[in-house]
Design a binder for this molecule. Structure first.
Ligand code: AHM
Ligand code: MG
Length: 338
């Protein structure tokens, strides 16, 4: 048997760009910088448990430097890796209220980067998987000067690349440039992300549901009935679904993408817009899942079609295997207003 050829993430991106004659190599350059940032974050995440053992106080490290919370560290690492590349005009992050301006003379690039530097950060201290999420758009403002809030507030369908990284039992980088969804696993010895899952196809229907059932009391009737249906013996002859909820969206969705299933952060009586953020959590995950054959909606509308009005706006999300998402939509519709 022919041995499988090595395909690094960088080579995959380059080869993808070569298929588009109009490509300038700028996207590859942006992604290279981002890959460097996530490698640095991955290293730091792996050291997180050593903070007390090695005598880091939580305020100062052994070099007398200020020790930052890991989510702030991740946020700053991405900015430091990205803001001098010359290909971006503006950025936005979960960790910053306003858009992030790029230093003068470097801010005239064609692209916009939105990111959640460390998602699921409540899991850090328990050594549970966490992740980073990113989304890239083409700028829409003309004039070639610094980017604007309008550049950052485009609908998800306009994304040119989206990706996430899971810092788990291994570090895995998943991305789409609109040509399928592909995953690369970091070989820590070589320091390269190597292709591990090409053109992922998520099952049409899964057998896992992922949602925070602690919020049951606030759920609307349609959602309660839907979850009850999954827990019952199924009229389609299948066994009840398994409940799996890590509390890190990236890790929950990654598992469901591979095995099939649905992840939900619903609208409920307390939070009509759910919890998760459209611009740097839901949109990129929706693009990735759709590119793998899945679906992502608010229960009423395709996530990628939402016209955003705020960098940090929240939306309910129902995302995963196509048939599972369509079924929950039917339940929500049937019991609408209850
Ligand atoms: P974060 O951005 O503050 O980490 O919050 C987002 C996370 C998601 O990863 C996860 O799905 C969700 O919050 C869990 O929320 P809850 O604890 O309400 O179930
Ligand atoms: Mg987050």
């Amino acid at each position: 048997m022919q041995p499988k050829r090595f395909m690094t993430l960088q080579r995959h991106i380059l080869e993808g760009e070569k298929r588009h004659p109009e490509a300038t190599g700028e996207l590859s350059a942006i992604l290279s910088n981002l890959i460097l940032a996530v490698k640095v974050i991955s290293l730091e995440v792996n050291k997180a448990g050593l903070i007390d053992i090695l005598g880091y106080t939580g305020k100062e490290n052994v070099h007398g430097e200020q020790v930052k919370k890991l989510d702030i560290f991740a946020h700053q690492t991405i900015i430091r890796a990205m803001d001098h590349g010359g290909h971006l005009c503006v950025m936005a992050s979960e960790e910053e209220e306003d858009i992030i301006h790029i230093p003068k003379h470097h801010d005239i690039g064609k692209y916009v980067l939105l990111f959640d530097p460390l998602d699921g950060s409540s899991n850090i201290d328990a050594n549970v998987s966490i992740g980073s999420i990113f989304s890239i758009y083409k700028r829409i403002s003309s004039g070639g000067g610094p980017g604007t809030i309008e550049d950052a507030l485009q609908k998800g369908a306009k994304q040119v690349v989206a990706g996430y990284v899971v810092y788990g039992s291994s570090t895995i980088f998943v991305y789409t440039a609109g040509d399928g969804t592909h995953a690369f696993t970091l070989d820590p010895a070589v320091g390269e992300f190597l292709l591990s899952h090409e053109n992922i196809r998520t099952p049409e229907r899964g057998s896992i549901y992922s949602t925070n059932e602690g919020n049951y009391k606030y759920w609307h009737r349609g959602f309660k009935e839907y979850i009850k249906f999954l827990q019952d013996a199924d009229d389609r002859g299948a066994k009840p679904y398994s409940a799996r909820y890590i509390g890190s969206m990236v890790a929950d969705i990654h598992r469901n993408l591979l095995y099939g299933g649905i992840f939900i952060y619903p609208s409920d009586k307390r939070n009509p817009n759910g919890k998760l953020r459209l611009m740097y959590e839901c949109n990129p995950m929706a693009f990735i899942v759709e590119q793998a054959g899945g679906k992502a909606t608010t229960g009423k509308q395709r996530i990628l079609d939402i016209i955003p009005n705020n960098l940090h706006q929240r939306v309910p999300i129902y995302i995963g295997s196509k048939e599972d998402v369509e079924l929950v939509e039917q339940y929500l519709q049937k019991y609408e207003g209850q």
